[in-house]
Ligand binder design. Sequence first.
Ligand code: AMP
Ligand code: GLY
Length: 422
Amino acid sequence: MNVLILGSGGREHALAWKLDQSPQLNQLYIAPGNAGTAKVGVNLPISISDFEAIKKIVVQYQIKLVIVGPEVPLVDGIHDFFSADSKLKDIAVIGPKKEGAQLEGSKQFAKEFMIRHEIPTAKYKSFTKDTLQEAFQFLKELSPPFVLKADGLAAGKGVLIIQDIDKAKDELTAMLTNDKFGAAGNTVVIEEFLDGIEMSCFILTDGKDYVILPNAKDYKRIGEGDAGLNTGGMGAISPVPFADKDLLNEIEKTIVIPSIKGLQKDRIEYQGFLFVGLMIVKNKPFVIEYNVRMGDPETEVVIPRIQSDLLELFIATTTGTLSEYQMQINPQSAVTVMAVSDGYPESYKKGKIISGLDSIDAQVFHAGTKMEGENMVTNGGRVLAVTSLHTDFKEALKNSYNSLTQIHFDGIKYRSDIGFDL
Ligand code: AMP
Ligand code: GLY
């Protein structure tokens, strides 16, 4: 079977690396991919937003399965585009249609879904510029910190957590009336702050049955001790050491099952990943967000722990036979540490030569890399994810950190405290 992965990050390299191991794979294509994906498949220089160009390559290369890495094409309706096209309608797509993708594309939609299906989440209300005064009133009823969420996609920057009520009012005004975050902020969800510890749960579903993939915890802040600006993620660990059997059962019972049943009750067709961001408050899980794709860098620890054939798993998902699927999971821990460009998540330079990857005793997944002639160079803020496995996650971390001392590019930065809180 010929397969296409859309995207260019560490997540897509991890998916490509794993699919490449499947005996059922014929040719793997990645659009646009990176220097890592080029080692396991063929990169195609096509934008993930150019659906017509994607159609052309799917037809030309007789691709039978498309895995959509990031959320934007899903929210923009790539799966609907395939279903509506006579040449593409039989191509299997991993990723929901537009309606299901609203679980990530609209915070308000997600909150309404959770309330409707009695899925535990923070109390909330949503507001527009016409209800700004009511929003100020609602802030007064809450106690700080205040959580403000732009309704739409804002590249991971749309959530503000603010201590001071006046500052919260200013930010709310900026979002609702001054287009901070653009159209994504035309509606703002204000919600109760949940004080707890975060983890993520990953589900692959065919719309009626599901498998739960290894769970993980990521480290979003740029600085050590979880300080500084939010990033796409600086590292991850799987499994989450504090997630014991009772908590996992509780998550499945109160969140996973009601979410899948909720999709069915709402008649939302859904084939693909559902990534549930959780806050554990006094041992009880609450949903803080849904994503309709895998996480990055969580994929770089989740995928290496899956022993089952990933292509078989995707085929089961798209043919509705997941209920019969027996997942095999490696009980070892996986950790990943992200090497990033100096300046990230703010401005940074690209094109720095990367060296030292050949002798590394860890699995390196490429994020922002590309080939420039003979040289591999940096091509993004997040550059490489260095993954290791071990029965003890602390030993795995040691291995990733040892490997990082051998990797070089000008301005390389990474957090040296991944897992510090566990
Ligand atoms: P999100 O983009 O929804 O994942 O939010 C970004 C981050 O904000 C999350 O990873 C949490 O750390 C934090 N967050 C979001 N909602 C809440 C909440 N209700 N209470 C506490 N922290 C939150
Ligand atoms: N690492 C968080 C995300 O992928 O959304």
